[in-house]
Design a protein around this ligand. Structure first.
Ligand code: SME
Length: 149
């Protein structure tokens, strides 16, 4: 699906930073078709901590590195694009409706600050185009990073 990134450039000129920027970005992502849960996890030590998000409440507010799709992204230092989570053994379910998931790392000068995590109800919803868009967003979030607002 062609992905328009103008809204990211608009966010960049908004003056927002830190958590306020991350929350605004998640609200924008939530408007995209098939983005059914959009959130940010912060990496603190060897755990990921849920930060800004839009979507249903999740039990997975703290995730150890190496566990689930989110923890695997950090352990392997690699974005994750999952077509069908039902095929994974190492998966933490946030919703019975979730089929696809994408995790894009937020990095600054070689340090992993956190990640953007999106769930979709459609199988194979996320493509390289989504990854490219979320990578651009991750760069903006990293440039305006503070853990608080
Ligand atoms: N599914 C993720 C957990 C986070 S929820 O999707 C919000 C995982 O397997 O790590």
């Amino acid at each position: 699906m062609p992905t328009n990134v103008d809204w990211i450039e608009e966010l960049a000129t908004s003056g927002l930073a830190g958590r306020a920027l991350r929350q605004a970005a998640m609200e924008k992502l939530d408007e995209l078709p098939g983005y059914d849960w959009s959130g940010i996890y912060l990496l603190k030590g060897d755990h990921l901590h849920l930060d800004a998000y839009v979507g249903a409440e999740t039990d997975h507010t703290v995730i150890p590195v190496g566990v689930g799709v989110c923890g695997t992204a950090v352990a392997e230092r690699a974005n994750q694009v999952i077509d069908d989570v039902r095929e994974l053994s190492n998966y933490l379910s946030c919703s019975v409706h979730t089929r696809s998931e994408i995790v894009v790392l937020i990095e600054r000068e070689g340090e992993i600050l956190g990640q953007i995590d999106i769930d979709g109800h459609e199988v194979g919803r996320f493509t390289a185009e989504d990854e490219a868009m979320l990578t651009r967003l991750a760069q903006l979030l990293a440039a305006r990073w503070t853990e608080a607002s």
